[in-house]
Design a protein around this ligand. Structure first.
Ligand code: PAF
Length: 278
């Protein structure tokens, strides 16, 4: 049976748990995190729903973020999660939670996505750290769609919580490649069709790179595709997924990351590029 809780008591704190933190407005992508958590561990599953103000650099983005608590609870009950943790703002950030407790994501948090959303990754690390402190999980699941977030979380907690297993979940897409996102629900039918081109742009950029072996030209090619589709974008970059920095074209694994706007909605996506010479 699923239990809805607002606080973590001592007994639950000590229990073995697989943790899936979310900001609600759940979709198939989130449910895949839950399923992966269940498949990969024997622990109880705990899903948090907390819309973290600290990670929104843009107030209007926070104000308009989708909320569907009843729908979320229904979905999570169907998944038979053990606990749905819905904390209040002042449980996560009590009065004595001074700014000093805020975590800085450093240089790697100020590049790419971080360059366009200043402070965003500081807010993410701060809340994930706080949630980890409260929940005390043995494992936690994060999606690969938020590639830079996943990288920063792995880096930050690697030493701090070395008993914690971070489980990485693949991106879930619709049949035309659109990555699942809570923000997709704001798109019209036409907007969904337009947004599906983001996947195609990533795929064509990857193919272009395979043919030309030139990162800069491939980035320019991908940006040109955005222009042709008349989709505004913040960035399209190849990165080294291991260090989240500019890669060498000969690396075995590269990642193409992007953020674009459809009907004013900001969508992020990425695609792995695996080079094999055998
Ligand atoms: O990926 C998200 O939904 C959020 O950034 C997270 C990890 C739940 C922190 O608020």
């Amino acid at each position: 049976m699923t239990r809805i809780i607002k606080k973590i008591d001592k007994e639950l704190f000590l229990e073995e748990k697989c943790f899936i933190p979310t900001m609600g407005a759940l979709h198939k992508g989130h449910l895949s995190l839950v399923r992966l958590g269940k498949k990969s561990t024997n622990a109880k599953t705990i899903v948090s729903i907390f819309l973290n103000k600290k990670q929104f650099n843009d107030k209007s983005d926070y104000d308009s973020y989708p909320i569907d608590l009843d729908g979320d609870i229904e979905l999570l009950r169907k998944e038979e999660v053990d606990y749905i943790f819905i904390p209040d703002e002042n449980y996560i950030y009590p009065k004595d939670f001074v700014e000093l407790n805020d975590i800085k994501s450093g240089e790697k948090g100020s590049l790419f996505e971080g360059a366009h959303r200043p402070g965003h990754f500081d807010g993410v690390l701060t809340v994930v750290n706080r949630l980890f402190e409260l929940v005390n999980p043995t494992s936690a699941v994060f999606g690969k769609k938020d590639a830079q977030q996943l990288y920063l979380i792995k880096e930050f907690f690697a030493n701090k919580k070395n008993n914690l297993k971070i489980i990485e979940a693949e991106i879930i897409r619709d049949e035309y490649g659109l990555a699942m996102s809570s923000r997709n629900r704001f798109l019209s039918k036409k907007g969904i069709d337009i947004a599906r081109n983001i996947f195609q742009i990533l795929k064509n950029t990857k193919d272009y790179f395979f043919q030309n072996q030139d990162i800069q030209k491939a980035e320019a090619f991908g940006k040109e595709l955005f222009n042709e589709y008349e989709i505004n974008y913040d960035y399209l970059n190849f990165v080294d997924p291991k260090y989240f920095e500019t890669p060498d074209k000969n690396q075995e694994k590269l990642l193409i990351i992007t953020a674009a706007y459809v009907e004013g909605i900001r969508l992020i996506d990425n695609m792995e590029v695996i080079q094999s010479w055998t």
